[in-house]
Design a protein around this ligand. Structure first.
Ligand SMILES: Cc1cc2nc3c(=O)[nH]c(=O)nc-3n(C[C@H](O)[C@H](O)[C@H](O)COP(=O)(O)OP(=O)(O)OC[C@H]3O[C@@H](n4cnc5c(N)ncnc54)[C@H](O)[C@@H]3O)c2cc1C
Length: 530
């Protein structure tokens, strides 16, 4: 099944906005329905393919036949950009400026190498395409002539080593299938980002993804033990042992390289036994400050839950932590700040961690409000992106952004980003609702995840851009990183260049020149073009 071409996810799961939310949007944010209906897929007329027939022939030879090189309008449109809100607004407006020439589907590592050779010979750029869920412009290169390298045919579980507890996965394997196959052997990967239903193993590695159970299972980059990279200059194999002192760790150069250095063709990950027990529950804190301090204590001194997140007052009030209660008001969603804790593991370990964590949270001012909010969160955890489509349909604008910092910087970062978003959108005539939660915790810091909802401007993308830029500036000024888990793409690139510094950027450029001397791979993604 293909994802909705101009929205999120499985078309069968599309959800209308509850009446309470429509009222809230109108009364609180002045949202009014938009007049122009979005075009249908069949009405869109993509620009003609200008790649030479010889180039398409060479690509077909590289991947074992013409059927694996698609140039039809629908395939090309479905591979245009990713799934950020500006991406959705552009495609809904019929803007096909970032459309690929063709969609190429290799079946293995050697075919990827052959595609790279064919593209080099014919002057075509290459965009590796996993689930297409990038929210940072990672699939929209600075090139008029490129092909989308869709990795869906490379979707196998190649090996499972129960002694070492490792699995070798192909890059095009989507997260649900990866889980299903590992579960069949009694294991889990434990990677559950909100984009779980569609994103792929290669995309997780390329963009250094982080899942909602990162407190227990770690980030995706912490799960990766070995990687194979196909580059225009040949193959790079990394990861001979779980840890090594043999020079710098080349795996770290590939993780987060966002397709700019090569195509990840296999990923060895650590796996964990399927948990016997899963318990999720809700806690209430009087304020975000109080809850943040309690989460920090747990993150630093333990015991660490598997899931640990805290919504601020606005997000708690609106009920975003519990999608089934959105807009239901304080009686349903409650006042103060809602925290969700989750524990997965053996029955004994889960009970032990839960009891000790409860002492820490109670001591930090928290009140246990039972299993219900936790179970609701777990049940609705992949629902919010569907709601975004309904919000856009209703004439609202809804987008998310995220960052991370050391604990001592979190209060300043929180205020700075909220203020930047609120001030910019208010001055533009669309006062927003800005909500935030702590989404990932570490011993030394945490990630803040913001959701912004406002009325759409006349040109919604142009209207949003100054607010996004102001938030990026606020992140850097307050000591945050430009991305904790969404990555750099093209949207964060100019801020990433400042974060990495001139020497850092020129070192990365030297790596790119060595692996991709003609600059074929994702030009303008991660690093500026020369
Ligand atoms: C609604 C929604 C919720 C999200 N929630 C989360 C979340 O909770 N946590 C999180 O971390 N992210 C989240 N994301 C962002 C996104 O899902 C992640 O960045 C994910 O890792 C992308 O995987 P993908 O397979 O879709 O990659 P794509 O979007 O296809 O590609 C992402 C980037 O990696 C490159 N790439 C893809 N595959 C390869 C490969 N095999 N080799 C080299 N380069 C490659 C692409 O060229 C692109 O630059 C969310 C996105 C959406 C739309």
């Amino acid at each position: 099944m293909d994802m909705l071409w101009n929205g999120w996810g499985d078309p069968a799961k599309a959800a209308p906005l509850p009446d309470t939310v429509t009222g809230l949007l109108r009364d609180l944010l002045g949202v009014t329905p938009r007049g122009t209906p979005a075009p249908a897929l069949a009405d869109l007329r993509p620009p003609a393919v200008t790649a030479r027939p010889a180039a398409l022939k060479a690509l077909a030879e590289a991947v074992g036949g013409e059927e694996h090189v698609r140039t039809d309008a629908e395939s090309r449109i479905r591979h245009t950009r990713g799934k950020s809100t500006p991406d959705l607004l552009r495609i809904r407006a019929g803007d096909l400026t970032d459309i690929p020439q063709a969609v190429v589907l290799p079946a293995g590592h050697d075919e990827v190498l052959a595609v790279l050779r064919a593209c080099a010979a014919h002057g075509l750029a290459v965009v590796p395409f996993g689930g297409g869920t990038s929210v940072v412009g990672g699939l929209a290169p600075r090139s008029a002539l490129f092909v989308a390298l869709d990795l869906r045919r490379m979707s196998g579980l190649l090996d499972l080593d129960p002694v070492s507890r490792t699995a070798v996965l192909q890059p095009g394997l989507r997260a649900p299938e990866a889980e299903q196959r590992l579960n069949g052997h009694g294991y889990t990967l434990g990677h559950f980002p909100q984009s779980f239903e569609w994103a792929t193993i290669g995309g997780f590695a390329a963009a250094r993804s982080s899942g909602q159970a990162s407190a227990g299972y770690g980030r995706f980059d912490e799960m990766v033990l070995a990687l194979t990279l196909a580059t225009p200059e040949g193959t790079l194999d990394t990861g001979r042992a779980p840890r090594s002192a043999a020079g710098p760790d080349l795996r770290q150069l590939i993780l987060g390289s966002e397709g700019a250095f090569g195509v990840i063709t296999s990923v060895t990950v650590r796996i964990r036994p399927l948990p016997e027990a899963r318990v999720y529950e809700g806690w209430r804190f009087g304020s975000f400050q109080e809850g943040t301090a309690a989460l920090r204590r747990l993150a630093q001194d333990g015991p660490r839950p598997t899931v640990l997140r805290l919504s601020d007052e606005t997000e708690t009030l609106i009920g975003l932590a519990r999608p089934d209660a959105i807009g239901a008001g304080p009686e349903q969603s409650g006042a103060g700040c809602l925290a969700i804790t989750g524990y997965e593991g053996t029955a004994e370990d889960t009970a032990h961690r839960r009891a000790r964590a409860a002492d820490v949270l109670t001591d930090g001012g928290g009140t246990l409000i039972g299993a219900e909010p936790g179970e609701h969160w777990a049940h609705g955890r992949y629902f919010a992106p569907y709601l975004r489509d309904a919000l856009l349909d209703a004439g609202a604008f809804a987008e998310t952004l995220e960052t991370a910092a050391f604990w001592s910087r979190i209060p300043e970062l929180y205020t700075a980003v909220r203020t930047a978003l609120t001030d910019t959108l208010t001055q533009a005539g669309t006062p927003p609702l800005v909500m935030c939660h702590i989404s990932h915790v570490y011993e030394n810091g945490a990630s803040l995840y913001f959701t912004v909802v406002s009325a759409q401007g006349e040109d919604p993308v142009a209207h949003w851009t100054p607010a996004k830029h102001a938030a990026n500036e606020a992140v850097l000024a307050a000591g945050g990183t430009i991305s904790h888990h969404h990555g750099v793409g093209t949207d964060h690139r100019d801020w990433y260049v400042r974060e990495a510094g001139p020497l850092g950027v020129s070192a990365l450029r030297a790596v790119k020149r060595r692996l991709d001397p003609d600059g074929l791979l994702n030009p303008g993604v991660l690093l500026p073009t020369d």
